[in-house]
Design a binder for this molecule. Structure first.
Ligand SMILES: Nc1nc2c(ncn2[C@@H]2O[C@H](COP(=O)(O)OP(=O)(O)OP(=O)(O)O)[C@@H](O)[C@H]2O)c(=O)[nH]1
Ligand SMILES: [Mg+2]
Length: 405
């Protein structure tokens, strides 16, 4: 080999090495914020079992605050907040939803509300939300690295997936929907404004609360050692998650120590883990202990799934991701179904079919439209697994559903 050729080879190799190192440094720098958080989180002491057995039958009681004229100025709220991801265009629908939350619940308790957006909120949006919420309000713009592709994703491949799944997969053609699902799966709880809270209640625009909520739901979660609360559970569209469960199974094999011995895997699977039955908690409503999401188990789980690329090469939603983690890592007693919280997100309602609950809480919803006992709901399975007593009239509702009413 001539001297010139050797020199040329050496120069090319050198350039490649410099490029590789600088790329690593840049991408590490870009994600430094996330990496720092992750290492901090890995050291967070959140022991799922630490609070077990603290509740006795007395603490199961709800503390009722029926009289909204009570002076709650000195009231000891839980360390909790509402949070919403919204766009400026959601102003009116968001406003209606806040009215519903405030009228039914928050005018009594004045919990804070945090709004996130991937873009700047308009002055109008901020002014309206500030005006409607009775607690403190904060707005935060989502950092770009929480609302984008991780650097190992092939964007061209992701684009081809969107094109080919536009018509047959719900939201299959949308890039922002995927950013949204990844954001809710692995990032929202890392936002600055949520750091000081232990519990958070997710609220979406265009949702409605049907019934009065005359007790402090957050305090109920805390004093009963509940770490996750839901109102509706359904089956996921199978074509959005073709490889999710096989990745979950691999995760379980790698990290068996994260699995709670008293888990709720039978909510997710009808053959004890072999296949996924598509059941998930509908996360447009969720009340979650943020320390659970900050735990090593959850963080490892999210990172594992993120590396499996399904947020972009398929269309994984945050609902199955959260639900699988909740069912695997929590003790099943720590998961709570709010039968009494009347709630609507199109096209499904949780409307208490127990007449006493419906009357007592001034519900404004059609009990025959309640989704809980319909065939596509997974909540009956939850009742069975937790050995909860179903309302006396549940079979009538299930039968009506089968007749297609
Ligand atoms: N800021 C912002 N918020 C978004 C964006 N996409 C969705 N969201 C919010 O994310 C939440 C979930 O989005 P939705 O479009 O309601 O998703 P979904 O509930 O699965 O779908 P629907 O059945 O259509 O309601 C809502 O609070 C939206 O306002 C976005 O691009 N930017
Ligand atoms: Mg929605």
């Amino acid at each position: 080999m001539s001297r010139f050729n050797r020199l040329l080879r050496f120069t090319v190799v050198l350039i490649l090495i410099i490029f590789f190192i600088s790329h690593k440094i840049i991408s590490k720098k870009q994600y430094q914020h996330v990496l720092d958080l992750q290492s901090k989180l890995a050291n967070t002491k959140y022991d799922i079992n630490s609070q077990l057995n603290i509740h006795d039958s007395a603490s199961q009681e709800k503390i009722i605050y029926k009289d909204s004229t009570n002076d709650l100025k000195n009231y000891q709220r839980a360390n909790a907040t509402f949070f919403t991801l919204a766009k400026n265009e959601d102003l009116i629908e968001m406003g209606k939803t806040i009215r519903s939350v405030e009228d039914r619940f928050n005018k009594k308790f004045h919990y804070d509300w945090i709004f996130f957006n991937n873009q700047e909120f308009s002055p109008d949006f901020k002014r309206t939300m500030n005006n409607l919420c009775s607690g403190n309000v904060k707005f935060e713009i989502i950092p770009q690295e929480f609302w984008s592709y991780p650097d190992w994703i092939d964007k061209e491949r992701a684009k081809q997936v969107r094109i080919s799944s536009r018509t047959d997969i719900i939201y299959g053609g949308s890039e922002t929907y995927r950013f949204m699902c990844r954001f809710f799966s692995g990032f929202f709880y890392k936002l600055e404004s949520l750091q000081k809270y232990d519990y958070a209640w997710r609220v979406e625009p265009e949702t409605t609360f049907h019934c009065d909520i005359n007790y402090d739901v957050f305090q109920y979660m805390v004093s009963n050692n509940k770490h996750y609360g839901f109102t509706i559970s359904l089956h996921e569209f199978a074509n959005t998650i073709p490889t999710l469960w096989e990745n979950v199974k691999k995760f379980i094999e790698f990290y068996p120590h994260f699995i709670n011995p008293n888990n709720l895997i039978d909510f997710l699977s009808d053959d004890h883990g072999e296949t996924y039955n598509l059941c998930h908690f509908w996360t447009n409503f969720e009340i979650v202990n943020l320390n659970f999401l900050r735990s090593e188990a959850y963080e490892t789980f999210f990172n594992y799934l993120d590396k499996a690329n399904g947020f972009f090469y398929e269309r994984w939603g945050d609902a199955p991701v959260h639900s699988i983690a909740v069912a695997l890592f929590l003790n099943k007693e720590q998961i709570h179904y709010f039968e009494d919280i009347g709630y609507y997100h199109k096209p499904a309602s949780n409307c208490p079919i127990n007449d006493d609950v419906w009357k007592e809480n001034n519900c404004l919803c059609d009990q025959w439209m309640d989704v809980t006992f319909r065939p596509f709901s997974c909540t009956p399975k939850f009742y069975d697994l937790l050995k909860l007593k179903k309302p006396d009239n549940w079979k009538e509702h299930a039968a009506m559903a089968q007749l297609g009413e």
